[in-house]
Write a protein that binds this ligand. Structure first.
Ligand code: 13P
Ligand code: SF4
Length: 334
């Protein structure tokens, strides 16, 4: 039994959150990058794809989304009748910031023969200008359903796009965005760590630059990294993604050692996502109490953003092979 976490004038925050969760008929969804105390009281902890699916499926009336704003927006797009709260509305994402909607619309308009494949880490307005949304755990399966000769533009993550270009032999046109967290890993420090632990495999997120991914034994979404860390026969694993995911690894495999890949200064602090860190138990309690901050969106944007998200959910669940998605006009005509 964990000791009570008190604040806001001595409230037992966990007990209060539990009470409000029941009273509000709320579900608490959390990303793996949230602080351990939020992960531990969430109803579900997952990667972006799994969180989107949960948001689409839940029959709760309120979704308290402990992640960043674009993730909570996805929940609202997929479940418009539900109240979606985000503990801190300032919890953005550097990838989203790197892709302003007007510039993306112009980029799209300049490449009308390209299918717009867009990483879910972007605003609803950018989704609305896209053909298909992907997450790190669905991108490869979705790419396999698009004919090899179909021109594709991939936004906003240049590192992820370049990785899948290398892996699949595609030549996707890449928007030049990046995640500040995954770009903070240092190749020099990683090599020093590898010399210290030569038998430790490296698991990395595809948002990392090529100079990190080139050393990775496994590249995948947060869920895939977690699964790799738990199933690998190695007892020490180097984890090149936001280090709060290590909480789930330690819980599931306390006998193993998980080491966060270092940043340039040799310690991991620069690799913690400052946006994910904006959420706290106190803010989650207030969000459930006040049903605020709340995600709101105009219906036109929501419907336009929903179409490429639905496409993602359909293609991520498909058992079909390559060639099932046509050119942009066909992909839009569903
Ligand atoms: P996942 O889809 O792998 O959970 O990644 C989300 C994210 O923001 C990584 O930085
Ligand atoms: Fe965005 Fe990077 Fe934070 Fe993920 S880790 S939410 S991509 S800033």
């Amino acid at each position: 039994m964990n000791a009570p976490v008190t604040n806001l004038a001595g409230l037992d925050l966990r007990a209060e959150i539990d009470r409000l969760r029941k009273e509000r008929n709320a579900v608490i969804l959390a990303h793996y990058y949230q602080v351990p105390e939020i992960q531990d009281l969430a109803d579900f902890v997952g990667d972006s794809l799994d969180l989107s699916k949960k948001a689409a499926e839940t029959d709760a009336e309120v979704i308290a989304f402990c992640g960043v704003r674009f993730m909570a927006e996805v929940a609202k797009i997929l479940s418009p009748q539900k109240t979606v709260v985000l503990p801190d509305m300032a919890a953005g994402c550097s990838l989203e910031d790197s892709c302003p909607p007007e510039q993306f619309a112009a980029f799209r308009a300049a490449h009308l023969d390209h299918l717009a494949l867009t990483y879910i880490n972007c605003s609803a307005a950018v989704k609305a200008h896209s053909d298909i949304i992907v997450t790190s755990s669905s991108v490869e399966k979705i790419l396999a359903q698009i004919p090899q000769d179909q021109k594709i533009l991939f936004a906003p993550d240049k590192n992820m796009g370049a990785y899948f270009n290398r892996k699949t032999g595609r030549d996707m046109l890449l928007w030049q965005g990046a995640c500040i967290v995954h770009e903070a890993f240092s190749e020099t420090e990683l090599l020093k760590l590898k010399m210290q632990y030569p038998d430790a495999p490296i698991a990395a997120h595809p948002e990392c630059p090529a100079y990190i991914l080139d050393y990775a034994d496994q590249v995948g979404s947060t869920r895939a990294i977690l699964e790799f860390a738990l199933t690998s026969p190695a007892d020490t694993i180097i984890v090149a993604t936001e280090p709060h995911i290590i909480h789930q690894m330690q819980k599931a495999a306390p006998h193993k050692t998980f080491i966060g890949a270092p940043g340039a200064d040799g310690n991991c602090n620069c690799n913690m996502c400052p946006y994910m860190a904006m959420n706290s138990l106190e803010k989650l309690y207030l969000a459930l109490r006040d049903l605020n901050p709340r995600i709101e969106m105009d219906e036109e944007t929501r419907l336009a953003a929903k179409r490429p998200l639905d496409k993602m959910l359909e293609m991520a669940a498909a058992t079909v092979g390559q060639g099932d998605v046509g050119r942009p006009a066909m992909a839009k005509a569903d």
